[in-house]
Design a protein around this ligand. Structure first.
Ligand SMILES: [Zn+2]
Length: 420
């Protein structure tokens, strides 16, 4: 019970620190306040026995727990270095200032009205997971901010796992590296991440949601930058001469298959998404996002776009449409499939924690996807929290404990497998 309260206290302490990142900022970290939590984490990791914990200029925290495997043990010197990662920042669109976590012990299984804004209600018939939490400890917001369990639950769970190892020195583990990163929510979480310096052989982000969840697939992503060149003439004398780039650009967007859009696709379907458009009569630019789970699918969507571009350009005398494709990230499954034990061991750890592994794919990217292609295979593990990015965000303390158990079991399993 004491341990459970440690985890709860730690989590509540972290969510009260405002660490919202800022999409418009160009500095690193995007907001200085993220470092407020990073500084606390350096001290907490040192207290847990990770003596080399440091924060760098970007607000990233890195720390090491050396292996405690004795030299006569069959796994000695053979266990890979395992990294655990979580991000300190919170979502940029919902306030993370003055978070007031509401702790509901022995939850009675009924709808939860949030005290700071009574119009916001966690309804049992809308939140399937609440049903499984009767009798457990739930943590919600007061309805005026997000909770920041994304990803402070993950942060607290990693620190808690390190504490448990300190308290149980007989539990053997290889070398562990911990990293807390900034600016994940604005897509810049790995911008300054030095995989070599981190020095882990395999990694796990603790940034997933439901208990048992493990994510090893993401989208493949490209950006398509389309430039439409028209011909501007005084509108009073434009007949037969003007080619309006704005008109051509909208024609192109409407020519594209409407069933390949984010708003009309789900599951494993890919899409072509006009994200922004700017311009005038003589020139217009459209930024498209191209997404699919396979590289083949991505290329097919890109050829649809290119064909539509040349078809539309031909309809307008003197119009030009150039399509420039830029690679963004790839499905981490391509990298993980080359060494799938990183996922298999995590699934086994989830079973040992008493849960059923639920493999998910993400209709988006993760820091783990980028790291996986930077050479550090990094699937994503649940942190036990729901409704990320929302004032309805909530978590369950017992599920957070399951995440801690999973982290510890992952370490056990790497030792066991290395001893063979
Ligand atoms: Zn997150």
């Amino acid at each position: 019970m004491a341990n459970r309260d440690n985890l709860l206290d730690r989590f509540c302490r972290y969510v009260k620190v405002d660490t919202q990142s800022d999409e418009k900022s160009e500095s690193s970290p995007s907001t200085g306040k993220q470092k407020d939590l990073s500084r606390i984490l350096v001290e907490d990791l040192k207290a847990a026995g990770l003596e080399d914990a440091v924060m760098d200029d970007y607000g990233y925290v890195m720390a090491t727990l050396p292996s405690n495997i004795p030299s006569d043990h069959p796994a000695h010197g053979k266990v890979p270095t395992i990294g655990f990662l979580a991000h300190v920042d919170t979502y940029h669109e919902v306030s993370g200032a003055n978070v007031k976590p509401q702790i509901i012990r022995n939850y009675d299984g009924r709808d939860i009205v949030l005290p700071g804004d009574q119009s916001i209600v966690l309804r049992v018939d809308e939140e399937a997971e609440l049903a499984g939490c009767k009798g457990k400890t739930i943590i919600t917001t007061d309805g005026t901010t997000l909770l920041g369990a994304d990803d402070k639950a993950g942060v607290a769970e990693i620190v808690e796992a390190m504490w448990k190892l300190k308290e149980d020195p007989k539990r053997l583990h290889g070398k562990i590296r911990v990293a807390f990163t900034t600016d994940e929510e604005v897509g810049r979480g790995t911008e300054h991440f030095d995989v070599k310096k981190f020095g882990a052989d395999y990694g796990y982000t603790i940034d997933g949601s439901q208990p048992g969840e493990i994510e090893d697939e993401t989208f493949c992503a490209d950006s398509a930058f389309v430039k439409v060149t028209g011909a501007d003439v005084h509108p009073g004398y434009a007949k037969g001469k003007m080619v309006n780039a704005l008109r051509v650009a909208s024609d192109l967007i409407m020519t594209l298959p409407q069933h390949r859009a984010p708003e009309t696709t789900e599951k494993r379907e890919g899409y072509l998404h006009p994200l922004s458009i700017e311009g005038n009569v003589s020139e217009a630019k459209i930024h498209f996002l191209v997404r699919d789970f396979t590289v083949d699918g991505l290329e097919e969507l890109e050829s649809v776009l290119k064909h539509a571009a040349s078809f539309v350009a031909r309809k307008y005398r003197d119009a030009r449409i150039d399509v420039d494709i830029k690679e963004s990230y790839r499905n981490m499954k391509y990298a993980i499939d080359k060494d799938p034990k990183v996922v298999a061991y995590a699934e086994e750890a989830i079973v040992r924690a008493g849960l059923e592994p639920r493999k998910h794919f993400i209709r988006g990217g993760t820091d783990g996807a980028r790291l996986s292609f930077m050479g550090l295979l990094t699937p994503n593990i649940f942190d036990g929290s729901m409704n990320f990015h929302s004032k309805k965000e909530w978590t369950c303390l017992e599920w957070m404990e399951k995440s801690v158990d999973t982290i510890l079991s992952i370490l056990d399993i790497w030792v066991e497998k290395s001893a063979k």
